[in-house]
Design a binder for this molecule. Structure first.
Ligand SMILES: [Zn+2]
Ligand SMILES: [Zn+2]
Length: 300
């Protein structure tokens, strides 16, 4: 559970955030959003300013996030986030399509059972082919009689597994990000959040989590909620934290359900309500969340 402060502090933080946003007015875009190009001209002097582009992917560069943008004439350019200033509302159909496709995953290649992606610790992802496997099945395999090369390679495509934060790891994640895969945005966000292979940068982590969360990634929704609850890389904002936790909780995240319960107990970002707290804690407890079970017992 994050600190999130008392209500007065949360309200103040929210106000500051609003002012800051109005000053810089450089919104974070999600895949499928449309934005207007500012401060940019082509080499041939062709006017790009004012054109509306569709964001197709986020591309991580050394110092800045860029968006792969599709122009109305069919051309594509990578544009710095600071050169896209205005969010243009788009008809919701294309966004809904990407949302419908978001979390379709193949079963675990070892046991062929479903992998529950709302429990981030229960599976691992291979960045070579993008497939997921139960953590338990992965551990079984590494304790088996396979030779060293087999153990540390993808069971599906036989690629050697790179270590987290290595050049190969980051290159693979950027490749998937260009293809619009929410999980890769979340994973690169983790690298920035933990400072693995890149300089620790909470702001960059929050940007990547925002992209992934907008595409429906449950674990990014939870992590971004946590960042808003704690003011990490984003201004502290309990209301936004609650919104994000709710998105994750409705997709089945028991940690999010537990945190929402806690916010209702303490009246953070929401009017205090023990009834609602119990409802959320019960959802988490039903999934075996130990702290939620304990919390319910204490509430009586
Ligand atoms: Zn399995
Ligand atoms: Zn693979």
């Amino acid at each position: 559970m994050g600190k999130c402060g008392e209500l007065a502090k949360a309200a103040k933080a929210a106000k500051t955030a609003k002012t800051a946003k109005a000053a810089t007015s450089s919104p974070t875009f999600a895949i499928g959003d449309q934005g207007r190009v500012h401060q940019l001209q082509s080499v041939a002097g062709q006017k790009l300013n004012g054109q509306i582009v569709t964001i197709e992917a986020a591309v991580q560069r050394e110092t800045e996030l860029r968006y792969q943008c599709l122009f109305t004439d069919g051309t594509r350019k990578n544009i710095k986030s600071s050169n896209l200033k205005e969010y243009v509302p788009v008809t919701s159909t294309s966004k809904d399509d990407s949302k419908n496709n978001k979390n379709q995953e193949d079963p675990c290649p070892i046991c062929m059972e479903e992998v529950l992606i709302h429990d981030a610790d229960s599976f691992r992802r291979y960045t070579c082919c993008g497939k997921i496997m139960h953590m338990a099945c992965s551990v079984d395999m590494s304790e088996s009689n396979l030779n060293h090369t087999q153990k540390f390679s993808c069971t599906l495509c036989r690629s050697k597994n790179p270590s987290e934060g290595s050049k190969e790891d980051l290159a693979r994640l950027n490749k998937w990000i260009k293809q619009g895969k929410a999980w890769s945005m979340k994973m690169l966000g983790d690298r920035y959040s933990e400072g693995v292979g890149v300089n620790k940068n909470d702001k960059r982590a929050a940007e990547l989590y925002t992209l992934a969360a907008n595409l429906g990634d449950i674990n990014a929704q939870f992590d971004l909620g946590y960042m808003y609850a704690n003011g990490q890389g984003v201004p502290e904002d309990c209301k936004r934290a609650l919104e994000l936790y709710t998105l994750a909780a409705e997709q089945g995240s028991m940690d999010a359900q537990f945190n929402i319960g806690g916010m209702y107990v303490q009246g953070m970002g929401v009017e205090r309500s023990l009834n609602k707290a119990k409802q959320w804690l019960t959802k988490a407890a039903n999934q075996g969340h130990k702290k939620a079970i304990e919390g319910l017992r204490r509430l009586g």
